[in-house]
Design a binder for this molecule. Sequence first.
Ligand code: AMP
Length: 282
Amino acid sequence: MPEVHATIDSFRAALDRERTAGWRIGFVPTMGYLHEGHGSLLRAAAGDCDVAAASIFVNPLQFAASEDLSDYPRDLDRDLALADDCGAAHVLVPSVEEMYPTPMLTTVTVADITARYEGASRPTHFAGVATVVAKLFSIVGPCAAYFGEKDYQQLAVVRRMAADLSMPVDVVGCPIVREADGLAMSSRNVYLTEAQRSAAPILHRSLRAAAAAAAAGERSVAAVEAVVADAIAAEPEADLDYAALVDAATLEPATAVGGGQRFLVAARFGATRLLDNIAVGS
Ligand code: AMP
């Protein structure tokens, strides 16, 4: 089983010892309720680096008052068993009081790339993410940090923050892990009713159809975006939030269908918001 650390000091000291012994740290921040998506990040960290470390912390800063903070699913015993299976050596499981003993007067905001998509729907979300990730990077120290492409805009925000602030962290993006029917794995999938769960693979199916249209020569951004928007509009369980073709690096809206793009989608299934994305013209 991994060594479980309840305090920042204990986790930091353990990782300092590992680095002093010459080991490279691979770090995976999570909010727990781990699934194979998280597992793939931990395995990548354990495979690429000498020591894999994770954090499990449901970060209040990244939830708006109306969101699911108090209902967010938790199962620490199962998480630790999965972390163990994936080769994690150290796991930080701090309380909210440990992470935020006093109200945070210091926050990290990343401009521009947070303005659209998730940032437009959840205006305080990325400041909460950037702040907790900056804090975790400061606790962990020099490392490679593994993030899923499932949260594609989050990955771009973290990359940019680490570069802008010269953090001693290599940010590594990892592919989306999916259920057999194509639904991207997410801790929030447990909220779905049976009908919503059956409808949810429309996200991946419509993204694949959009990528196929682009590959077949469709050059109109509106036409490619309509492939996803129309498919989701036709699904009674789903309510589209955004469907956008963007530059894969800058996340600027695409002006023409071309290479190096990403299609981002978010939709509500009842009260549950699900995200997905796909490479277009990679
Ligand atoms: P979370 O616990 O939801 O905050 O996610 C922690 C990390 O796991 C983030 O970097 C996510 O992008 C990543 N992740 C979540 N779901 C998946 C998935 N299905 N495939 C790959 N990575 C994922």
